[in-house]
Each structure stands twice: as structure tokens, then as C-alpha cells.
Write a protein that binds this ligand. Structure first.
Ligand code: FAD
Length: 467
């Protein structure tokens, strides 16, 4: 006998679990099906564990700076297994919390793998057998998987993905990172800070492509301090593994071949939408040429009973974008007039220093014919930044001419990830430089950087000489 639901959510990452909670809150009879762990990639193997290990590395590095503050400390030592256990406890706490929130909202959580029999009938394979659900609407939130590099298949031991890199039994003496995108650079930086000798192999002619060049320069400066070797325009072409050591063949920009050795080779060359074995062929759902599910503004697929959100649909592969889409899809199912049309989705790279951006860059604005100007205020002119020993970085507003409406923002430096929220609020609400300048920001805080950059754009800087 088939169980009947108003909404079935497949996948319980930041897209799926948020959809499940909101649908149940709205009084819809909701089931959430998850084949691995509640919280998805983000809570179990992505955002949360990576930020926990970044915190470990930052804390370790900070102890090294204590002497300059007049604090004498013994030489610190990493107890890696305890660090990993601490990270695991955070993940456990959050994923258990997701289960409690779903239950409190009234959703039914089913541990199993779902696939479509037809658009409104879903089979779930679970430990004890199979069950069938009938549903009025389904929200697909099955996430993404890492790309493999030809000739470099993951073996989970020497050639690893971010998943294994976040759960290593020991800090590798040598680590090669293939792919200089944000995941590779975040994890490469962590291990370099903890003592690994790190080499980054990148096919393109720059790291963190898509990020502002001025920001990347600051990150690169730190990579040099950490003695991270960066090989650009270099292609990984083959691998041999012997005695737990990987020998990676690479071809450099001049065509010369060389061999790099390391205990771990982390491959982070991007992620692809995961729609395997869901039975999409039994529905009218369509995919684009890159495998992303095609959706409309409400995240409805070509099959009217099926919605899709998160990493399996086009747009930035980010947790907060998945969650925002979840709320729109549920509202649409509940008959509300919702549409996913944010003016901007903020993005953060948790390197050292952090890079955070939202909206248009000047280059993108110029290319789309929008006339803009930039106002850039440095961290070193902020009292609070100096008291934190964090004078590196800048705040940047990108504003439209002549009305000075903010269309983009960039921040590089300490706590950029926390500070970009104000910029996103400004953008979403089409605030002007004048409105930001008129808003009193508390002193002494890093947030004053936004105020100062706005005053600068208006031509009236206080803490910088007027041009
Ligand atoms: P996922 O979180 O991938 O969840 C999909 C879920 O669906 C999984 O749990 C999977 O088991 C389940 N599933 C799949 N198929 C089925 C099926 N047939 N039946 C039942 N269940 C199924 N994003 C940020 O915004 N900030 C960050 O700092 C950040 N850091 C990251 C660091 C790393 C190392 C990685 C890998 C990713 C990071 N991301 C970050 C990206 C973020 O994790 C994803 O954008 C986000 O998890 C996407 O959410 P989702 O709900 O679409 O899918």
C-alpha cells in the first residue's frame, strides 16, 4: 500500500532539509528521504567540516603570533585526532539538530534511496526493504558530486576528494592539490598552515578564477608566506601509486614533463550535478547540456509535479542559494506567488585572507553597459583592524552612476565572510552610497569599513585624505 504525501523531498542537504521543514510548517504532509546523512554534503562533508578545520589551522597560527601581543606561550602542538574528533562532534550536533527540527515541524524522515516510478510515485529502498510513496509534488535536492580527472581516478587513499581530505587520519607530510578553485585553496591552505608541504597544480593561468584579481593577489601573497608552491598552466596527466606515495606526472606551460610526489593528492576540479539512479527517465524532467535540471522561476521542472533546487539546478553551487530556492519551491507548492529572483547571491572563499563578493564587479558592469564607479577603503585605516592585527585587505563598493545605487561589493580581509551580509542587504534593497553613509556603524568595529567606503565614494572620506 502506497503512503500518500503532499510533498516528498528527495535529499536532505541545505536545499532538501530546509524545504522539508518549511513544507511541514505550512501544514503540508511532508516526507524527506535521505540515503546517507541528514544535512547533505554541506553539513557532513563540505561547508561545516571545512570551516571547522580552517578554525583549527587559524587557532594554531594565532598562537604563533601571541608573542607580539606580549603573551608568552609554549610551542603548540597539533593533536590531529582530537582536532578531527572535535570537527566530527560539531557535524554530529548539527545533523542531529536537523533531524530534531524536521521532527518538530512534523515532517516524516525516511532513511533510504529514492527513485521515481512515475512523476507522482516514488520507490524508496531502505535497510529493511522497499516502500512506495504517492505524492502531489516532489522537490528534488540530490546535490552534486566531484568531477574526476581522466587518468587520476579517486581511490580514497592516495587520490582523494574533499570528503576524504576532511577526515584524514594524519596530516600528510606532502599534499598535492589538483585544481586551484575555492575548495582546493581552502583545504590546501589548512594543511600548509598545519605543516604539510603543499603544491597546487592548476590548468589555467591563475588561481581562484572568477574572484577579483586584487583579492587573489592578497591570497597569493599569503600562499607564498606559507611556502605553497603553485604550478599554473600545468596539466596533471598521469599517476602511479607505490607504497602509499603518489607520483603525479604533470606537463608545464613549456611542455616539459615532470613528476611530483606526495602522500595525498587532493583532486578538486569542480563538481557536477548528481541525478544518477533517481529514475528521471520515468518523468518529464529535462536536463541541460551540462546535466543541470532545467527549472523555471519557481524551481518547477518541465514536469509540473516536480521541483528541483540546489546544486542540481543552474546557478552557484552554494548552500544558502539551495536553501533560498527551497523556500520558493515550497511557497509555490503551497499556492503562493513566489519567485526565485535575488538581485545577488553572496559568495565567500574562506582562504587567508577571506574573499567575499556580492553582485556585479566593475568589469561585469562595464561589459553589460552599466556605468559604475568604485570606492575602496583599506583595512589598515580602520582602528579595529589594527587592534586585531588584521590590517591586510579592503572594502569595496561598486555603485551605479549617476544615482549611486550599490550594484556590487567586494571585501577581502579578516571576517569578510561575516561582513558581506551588510553588503547583500544593501544590494537586495537597492540602497545608495548615501543611505549606507547615513547609517551609524558602531565603533570600533570592522563594519565601519562599509561606512568609510561609502563616504569615500561620496567624496567625503574622514579617515583617508580627500582627493
Ligand atoms: P547536498 O548538500 O549535496 O545534499 C544532497 C543530498 O541528497 C545528499 O545528502 C545525498 O545523500 C542525497 N541524495 C542524493 N540522491 C538521493 C536519492 N536518490 N535518495 C535519497 N537521497 C539522495 N557552500 C557554501 O555555501 N559555503 C561553503 O563554505 C561551502 N563549502 C564547501 C566545502 C566543500 C569541501 C564542499 C564539497 C562544498 C562546499 N559548499 C559550500 C557547497 C555546498 O556544500 C553545496 O552547495 C550544498 O551542499 C548543496 O546543497 P544541496 O541541498 O543541493 O545538496
Amino acid at each position: 500500500m502506497s503512503e500518500v504525501f503532499d510533498v516528498v523531498v528527495i535529499g536532505a542537504g541545505p536545499g532538501g532539509y530546509v524545504a522539508g521543514i518549511r513544507a511541514a510548517q505550512k501544514g503540508l504532509k511532508t516526507a524527506v528521504i535521505e540515503k546517507e546523512s541528514l544535512g547533505g554534503e554541506c553539513l557532513n562533508h563540505g561547508c561545516i567540516p571545512s570551516k571547522a578545520l580552517i578554525h583549527v589551522a587559524d587557532a594554531y597560527a594565532a598562537i604563533g603570533d601571541f608573542r607580539s601581543l606580549g603573551i608568552a606561550v609554549e610551542k603548540p602542538a597539533i593533536e590531529w585526532r582530537n582536532s578531527i574528533a572535535w570537527k566530527d562532534r560539531i557535524v554530529k550536533r548539527l545533523t542531529t539538530g536537523v533531524g530534531s527540527l524536521l521532527k518538530a515541524a512534523g515532517a516524516t524522515v525516511i532513511a533510504g534511496e529514492a527513485s521515481f516510478i512515475d512523476a507522482k510515485t516514488i520507490r524508496v529502498r531502505e535497510a529493511g526493504g522497499e516502500r512506495e510513496l504517492t505524492t502531489r509534488a516532489t522537490i528534488l535536492a540530490t546535490g552534486s558530486k566531484p568531477f574526476e580527472v581522466p587518468g587520476l581516478p579517486f581511490d580514497g587513499q592516495v587520490v582523494i576528494s574533499s570528503r576524504e581530505a576532511l577526515a584524514l587520519g594524519e596530516i600528510p607530510p606532502r599534499l598535492i592539490v589538483v585544481g586551484g578553485g575555492y575548495i582546493g585553496m581552502e583545504l590546501g591552505t589548512v594543511y600548509a598552515m598545519l605543516g604539510s608541504q603543499v603544491t597546487v597544480v592548476e590548468l589555467l593561468d591563475g588561481l581562484l578564477t572568477g574572484q577579483p584579481r586584487d583579492a587573489v593577489k592578497l591570497v597569493e601573497r599569503n600562499l607564498r608566506r606559507l611556502k605553497i608552491k603553485t604550478l599554473l598552466q600545468t596539466k596533471a596527466t598521469g599517476l602511479e601509486v607505490a607504497g602509499g606515495i603518489g607520483k603525479l606526472t604533470v606537463v608545464g606551460p613549456d611542455g616539459a614533463t615532470s613528476i611530483l610526489e606526495a602522500e595525498k593528492i587532493l583532486v578538486t576540479v569542480g563538481r557536477k550535478p548528481f541525478t544518477g539512479s533517481i529514475g528521471l527517465e520515468n518523468t518529464a524532467v529535462t536536463r541541460d547540456s551540462r546535466g543541470f535540471i532545467e527549472v523555471d522561476g519557481q524551481r518547477r521542472t518541465k514536469d509540473p509535479a516536480i521541483f528541483a533546487i540546489g546544486d542540481i539546478v543552474p546557478g552557484p553551487m552554494l548552500a544558502h542559494k539551495a536553501s533560498a530556492e527551497a523556500l520558493v519551491a515550497v511557497a509555490a507548492i503551497a499556492g503562493e506567488n513566489a519567485i526565485f529572483a535575488p538581485r545577488a547571491v553572496p559568495g565567500v572563499v574562506f582562504t587567508a585572507p577571506e574573499i567575499a563578493t556580492v553582485g556585479l564587479s566593475k568589469e561585469a558592469a562595464d561589459a553589460s553597459g552599466v556605468s559604475v564607479e568604485e570606492a575602496v577603503f583599506p583595512y589598515q585605516a580602520l582602528g579595529k583592524a589594527l587592534t586585531m592585527g588584521a590590517s591586510e585587505g579592503y572594502f569595496k563598493w561598486i555603485y551605479r552612476l549617476p544615482d549611486q545605487v550599490i550594484v556590487g561589493a567586494e571585501i577581502v580581509g579578516r571576517d569578510a565572510s561575516a561582513l558581506i551580509g551588510e553588503a547583500a542587504l544593501a544590494l537586495e534593497n537597492e540602497l545608495t552610497l548615501h543611505q549606507v553613509a547615513r547609517t551609524i556603524h558602531p565603533h570600533p568595529t570592522l563594519s565601519e569599513g562599509w561606512h568609510e567606503a561609502a563616504e569615500l565614494g561620496l567624496g567625503w572620506p574622514i579617515h583617508l585624505p580627500r582627493k
